[in-house]
Write a protein that binds this ligand. Structure first.
Ligand code: ATR
Length: 280
């Protein structure tokens, strides 16, 4: 029997994780059984127990279960505890050990694939939900000059800035003040607005001819933000496909002790999924 892994989420049918981990495993000749398991929040703990009973030794966790995963862990890494979510579980004798590779995945894609060094840069994060948190901590740790956080519900942006606790660099700003805060080197879109019908409104005055605009989502969900970014004059725009692959590679390394080459995996998946504004 092959070693058993899975990704848990809801919905999960279209998750790319089984495909990504299969491609990584092929690079090392590792045999694994990596499944996609659909679980509602109120059924997650039971589904995870059943998975462990079956021999499951590692799992990725995606929406909407990342905070529930934190709660089931007997042990957490500092980075998972700080950003309040878990995307990687490792089976240990006493239960589950939890980690979060989202922030490292984001920085890996930013630095390597986008050739963007965040040190000393002015950064803006749109959103303060689960997806935004890991990115906010990662950017703060990466020595950005400033990180402004704007969120529809201001209190959530304030809570996130307070949790990071570096008021000289990291500050919440009013969404309505975005017209008047100057420009940014990096704008990260981390709201769920791309999944809905109402487009997100943000002023083009935030963008310069060298701003990188990065949507954490990929596929159609990234379309509205990336289109608005291009129309605002941003020369560089990207979606979250690279981050997805980099966080998966970091999980793979935790489980298997080997770091996969993400470039051929990214190239294969990108050729099937062009940026939402470049595709047909
Ligand atoms: P996720 O894990 O995907 O980040 P979440 O924790 O529910 O999901 O957070 C969703 C984020 O998208 C929040 O920042 C939310 O803003 P609020 O905190 O005000 O709810 C943001 N969001 C969702 N729909 C939005 C919309 N139509 N316009 C602007 N922000 C939106």
């Amino acid at each position: 029997m092959h070693a058993l892994y899975a990704v848990f989420g809801q919905p999960i049918a279209h998750s790319l994780s089984p495909c990504i981990h299969a491609m990584f495993a092929t690079q090392f000749g590792v045999a694994l059984d990596y499944r996609a398991i659909e679980a509602a929040r109120d059924d997650f703990a039971r589904a995870l127990d059943a998975f462990a009973q079956e021999g499951g030794i590692g799992a990725n966790i995606t929406l909407p279960l990342k905070q529930d995963a934190l709660a089931v862990c007997v042990e957490l890494t500092d980075r998972a505890r700080r950003c309040g979510s878990v995307n990687t579980l490792v089976r240990i004798t006493s239960g589950w050990h939890g980690d979060s590779t989202d922030g490292a995945g984001f920085l890996g894609d930013l630095r390597e694939r986008q050739s963007f060094d965040p040190r000393g840069r002015r950064c803006l994060l749109l959103g303060a939900g689960g997806a935004a948190r890991a990115v906010a901590f990662a950017l703060a740790d990466a020595d950005v000059a400033t990180l402004a956080i704007a969120n529809r519900t201001r209190a959530r942006a304030e809570d996130l800035a307070t949790a990071i606790g570096d008021a000289s660099r990291v500050r919440p700003i009013e969404w309505s003040a975005l017209d008047d805060v100057g420009t940014f080197d990096l704008i990260v879109h981390a709201t769920a607005a791309g999944h809905g019908t109402a487009p997100l409104e943000w002023p083009p005055s935030l963008v310069t001819p060298s701003t990188l605009c990065y949507d954490l989502a990929y596929g159609d969900a990234a379309h509205a933000f990336l289109r608005a970014a291009r129309e605002a004059g941003a020369p560089r725009v990207t979606d979250g496909l690279g981050m997805l692959i980099e966080q998966a590679a970091a999980s793979f390394a935790i489980w298997h002790g080997r770091t996969p080459d993400t470039t051929p995996v990214f190239d294969a998946l990108r050729s099937e999924r062009p940026l939402a504004i470049d595709g047909a």
